[in-house]
Design a protein around this ligand. Structure first.
Ligand code: PMP
Length: 367
């Protein structure tokens, strides 16, 4: 059966070989003599899966050897709180770049446990931009870390590179991890909900520097009664993500996505392809006053392209007609309105080509 073109922002399209691998693993997994969802997370069969997932992520992203990698539950949203709780004491400051809905939520959660301060925001212009390379960020000398969202899934903006500041970085890479090269060594914490570029919902990849682990131990020691176990980075890392039962099915799917990425040529392959695809789409949107791209040039995302139509009354018609043409999930986020196409790694090129064609057809019909 031919699959339709799925532009969902997440959970999102998966590579077909990953879906096939899931289908095969469910009734009987390898030599386990039972299905993937029916075996112990402490079995050697599952241990091999989580070990491979970690090794592949390390290799794909170039994660330094002394960093820890864990696969947690609770989504990226839990990391908003957990990152601040482990890195900062109650009187420590974390500075934040506010570039969208998810940044705002991270700030709100961080403020519960530390002195959280916004040092840059584009909220006043509805998050149409992100800091440009070289732009001053006014990070406090006393701040222990700077939190940023590398790609803003809802607004359709993306930082060109990790912020260039003197303090350690906490990066929410949920919607662009694995789409381009990153300098992991500049980060104390990287977290990413898997349900965009890494596979299924219910798994969050968290990458921790040795300093972050030390800070976590200090936060645990400083807190009466210690940190809650499930929110303790050092404990999660020491237990190899198996303090409790991890999301075994999700980690299997993630491992298969990473294997697929390696087969295709790794992050360098996807980076070059993602740029070409986003450029093709923006060229159409910039090419006619019929379309109104949302994000400012220099801030635009390669992963989530957001735009409108000069006559907004045409937008619901666009959503209806594109859906009927087999182009799924092009409606913008409910908080932003307009239209959005998510171009994650697993989206086939044919989907972007079909969308470019459809834009031409729609404009000819309604322009
Ligand atoms: N950060 C970003 C950049 C996101 O796109 C999302 C989800 N779309 C989140 C955080 C929240 O993720 P979760 O639903 O896994 O908590």
């Amino acid at each position: 059966m031919a699959r339709l073109h799925n532009f969902s922002a997440g959970p999102a399209v998966l590579p077909v070989p990953v879906i096939d691998a899931l289908r095969e693993a469910l009734p009987e997994f390898g030599q386990a003599r039972a299905g993937l969802m029916e075996i112990s997370h402490r079995s050697k069969d599952f241990q091999a899966v989580i070990d491979a997932a970690e090794a592949r992520l390390r290799s794909l992203l170039g994660i330094p050897k002394d960093y820890a990698v864990v696969f947690l539950q609770g989504g990226a949203s839990m990391q908003f709180y957990m990152s601040a709780l482990n890195i900062a004491g109650p009187t420590d400051g974390i500075d934040y770049i506010e570039t969208g809905t998810w940044s705002s939520k991270a700030i709100k959660e961080g403020a519960r446990v530390c002195d959280a301060r916004v040092v840059w925001s584009s909220k006043a212009t509805r998050f149409d931009r992100v800091p440009q390379p070289g732009e001053a960020l006014a990070v406090r000398d006393s701040a222990v870390a700077l939190h940023y969202t590398s790609n803003n899934t809802v607004a359709g903006t993306q930082l060109q590179a990790a912020p260039d500041v003197a303090v350690p970085l906490i990066g929410d890479l949920s919607s662009d991890i694995g789409s381009r090269a990153i300098d992991v060594g500049r980060h104390a914490v990287i977290y990413a909900g898997a349900q965009k570029n890494l596979g299924p919902s219910g798994v969050t990849a968290v990458i921790l520097s040795p300093w972050a682990i030390e800070r976590s131990k200090a936060a645990d020691a400083a807190r009466p009664g210690g940190l809650p176990s499930m929110l303790n980075y050092a404990l999660m890392a020491a237990k190899g993500s198996m303090f409790n039962t991890p999301n075994t099915l999700g980690i299997f799917a993630l491992e298969r996505v990473l294997a697929w990425m390696q087969d295709r040529g790794g992050v360098a392959f996807f980076e070059q392809r993602n740029k070409a695809r986003a450029d093709a789409l923006y060229a159409v949107l910039d090419g006619s006053p019929f379309w109104t791209p949302r994000a400012l040039p220099g801030s635009r995302s390669m992963m989530n392209v957001t735009w409108g139509i000069h006559d907004p009354a045409l937008e619901p018609i666009f959503v209806r007609e594109s859906d009927a043409a087999g182009l799924l999930a092009l409606k913008g986020h409910r908080s932003m309105g307009g239209l959005r196409a998510s171009l994650y790694n697993a989206l086939p090129d044919a989907a972007v080509e079909a969308l470019v064609d459809f834009l031409g057809v729609f404009e000819a019909r309604h322009g």
